[in-house]
Design a protein around this ligand. Structure first.
Ligand code: GYE
Length: 358
């Protein structure tokens, strides 16, 4: 940032020199000197003219994550004028902090962080600020610092609230009087986990539903299967709703229920709710195995590029950019739900929708 600002100042002062000082030898020499300085400056910061971006990605735990990574790699390609330094942090917050510090060391132009956990960021973000490197946060939020330029992502609490409001309408429609729910949460400390947990719990508390258990499945298929197997041991015959905080966990939970002979989905005894709505998730909605899937959109990179373009032009980007998302179901029985006092449509999955998904 400092370097870019300096380059802009030099350009402006060069233009001024050219305008007022037409012709004199001294001016010409001064002009050459400034051009040299500017060249060195941009060579230092940009290397081969590409904009260098360091991206500290969460890991590779889910279909959602794969799509998020691909979105960034597609947008921030060499052909588009970027040099993307990509680090898969394998769900380890310490590795992620180290990745960011390495980006500072490399003096990249911008840093993108998808924060594994919501807290513990202020020191390293201060270091980024001191180095003059703008940080853009995507997907999950940072709670203990605001030292970043923009955040592009989803409202996870709204997703959780929507799941609760849909379930309320659904059990009414199906004449189900009691909810005994098991929740398979995402990774501990992730804002996606916190928001979805809090949102659903708010409705559960309001409606007097029972949440029998709520444990961390780490957003993975294996995690979902493991937790579901242990839930089945403890609560077999006692639950009628399973909430999985992403599709991959839901796939694991389905395997565990299938193995135990438990029927789930629209024709089953257990209502299965999921989040993300990746292609495989939507296929399971269409087949009736998942009752409802609350979308979380991983394709943030084009919006991040808009932010970077604004910064390149010395404009101020928006501090928060929300992704557009839909709520998907199989049955056409609940046209809309009310979330935060706002009517939101439920979308019945079609093959066309599946084909258009990532
Ligand atoms: O739901 C899950 C992924 O942070 C919103 O992380 C993201 C979550 C997403 O692993 O599949």
């Amino acid at each position: 940032m400092k370097k870019k600002f300096l380059a802009t100042l030099l350009t402006v002062s060069m233009a001024a020199t050219m305008l007022v000082g037409c012709g004199s030898d001294d001016d010409a020499k001064e002009n050459d000197k400034q051009q040299e300085t500017q060249k060195e400056d941009s060579d230092d910061s940009k290397g081969d003219g590409l904009i260098t971006i360091g991206f500290a990605q969460v890991g590779h735990e889910s279909d959602w994550r794969t799509a998020s990574t691909k979105s960034c790699q597609d947008v921030f390609s060499k052909d588009n004028g970027y040099d993307l330094q990509f680090v898969d942090c394998d769900n380890d917050p310490a590795v992620q902090l180290e990745a960011v510090r390495n980006f500072i060391e490399q003096d990249v132009d911008y840093i993108i962080i998808d924060p594994i956990v919501a807290n513990g960021w202020d020191t390293v973000l201060t270091e980024c600020e001191d180095a003059g490197i703008p940080v853009i946060v995507i997907d999950r939020t940072i709670e203990d610092s605001d030292k970043y330029v923009s955040w592009v992502g989803s409202n996870f609490k709204t997703e959780g609230l929507a799941a609760g409001e849909w379930l309320k309408a659904y059990i009414k429609e199906k004449n189900i009087s009691e909810v005994n729910a098991l929740v398979i949460e995402g990774s501990k400390g992730a804002s996606a986990t916190i928001g979805r947990t809090d949102g659903f719990k708010e409705i559960a508390d309001r409606e007097g539903w029972k949440i029998l258990d709520s444990q961390d499945g780490d957003f993975t298929q294996d995690g979902g299967q493991e937790i579901m197997e242990s839930y089945i041991k403890s609560y077999e015959g006692k639950f009628n709703v399973v909430i999985c905080q992403n599709d991959n966990e839901a796939f694991g939970a389905m395997d565990a229920m299938k193995a135990a002979g438990i029927k789930y989905g629209v024709d089953g005894d257990v209502i299965l709710v999921s989040f993300d709505a990746c292609t495989a998730g939507l296929e399971r909605v269409m087949s009736g195995e998942i009752n409802a899937d609350f979308e979380c959109n991983p394709l943030a990179a084009p919006f991040v590029e808009e932010v970077i373009k604004k910064l390149q032009n010395n404009e101020t980007p928006e501090k928060e950019v929300y992704m557009e998302e839909h709520w998907f179901v199989k049955e056409d029985i609940i046209p809309s739900i009310e979330v935060n006092g706002e009517s939101q449509d439920m979308t019945v999955v079609t093959q066309e929708i599946i084909d258009a998904q990532y």
